[in-house]
Design a protein around this ligand. Structure first.
Ligand code: PEP
Length: 254
């Protein structure tokens, strides 16, 4: 089974109502490959989720950027998976490096979040990735597989999981991984899934790349055999996000 190309837009903590409406208008007017070729998911801040969901074209989908690790309750400031389901939000990003590093979300905690979100019926974009220091010390795969292991230990059905490989040194820095660097880690991750989870999961799970993807570098990255799409930060707020979606056509002849 071919893995459908996936393009996610992570808007992070950005936007006003007017700006959000403008981005949605741009997306709604864009001509992009069909849903059979590319799955597009945009992730606005929580407060804009209902607005974006109500205005966005029906072939694009909406994701939250985080959710609470268990059932909701006395957890001030948190948003539960149940609430997202109640609002009809199908996706959630979990384990983004900004949360792992700034909010000190541990691998185990991210694994718990992924398992709970899946149990509630959400689909999950689970982020993994190494820091520059970790890459330079040669521990990229040890880090990325340790992060993935805490998810794998808690998840039995991978159908609703997309793994986003996002090297921390490439996020928001303008310093994109080379196609060879991305391919190397994606292939290793797939090998890890094959050895530790199973052949079917390794073959079907989408592994997308994130870190300074833009309209200029997306095609070459998309052409890598184990790059199944992108998670895009900065460029997802701009019109070039459309070009990134269109890079899915690189895979069309697969
Ligand atoms: C991200 O935050 O997920 C990301 C990939 O950001 P950027 O594209 O801005 O590097």
């Amino acid at each position: 089974m071919a893995r459908k190309f996936f393009v996610g837009g992570n808007w992070k903590c950005n936007g006003t109502t007017e700006e959000v409406k403008k981005i949605v208008t741009t997306l709604n007017e864009a001509e992009v490959p069909s849903e059979e070729i590319v799955e597009v998911v945009v992730s606005p801040p929580f407060v804009f989720l209902p607005l974006v969901k109500s205005l966005l074209r029906s072939d694009f989908h909406v994701s939250a950027q985080n959710c609470w690790v268990r059932k909701g309750g006395a957890f001030t400031g948190e948003i539960s998976a149940e609430m997202l389901v109640n609002l009809g939000i199908p996706w959630v990003i979990l384990g983004h490096s900004e949360r792992r590093l700034i909010l000190i979300e541990a691998n185990e905690f991210v694994g718990d979040k992924v398992a709970y979100a899946l149990s509630q019926g959400l689909k999950v974009i689970a982020c993994v990735g190494e820091t520059l220091e970790q890459r330079e010390s040669g521990s990229t795969m040890a880090i990325v597989s340790a992060q993935t292991k805490e998810i794998a230990d808690r998840v039995s059905n991978w159908a609703n999981v997309v793994i986003a490989y996002e090297p921390v040194w490439a996020i928001g820095t303008g310093k994109v991984a080379t196609p060879a660097q991305a391919q190397e880690v994606h292939a290793e991750l797939r090998k890890w899934l094959h050895g530790n989870v199973g052949a079917e999961v390794a073959a079907t799970t989408r592994i997308i790349y994130g870190g300074s993807v833009n309209g200029g570098n997306c095609k070459e990255l998309a052409a890598q055999p184990d790059v199944d799409g992108f998670l895009v930060g900065g460029a997802s707020l701009k019109a070039e996000f459309i070009d990134i979606i269109k890079s899915a056509t690189v895979k069309k002849s697969d």
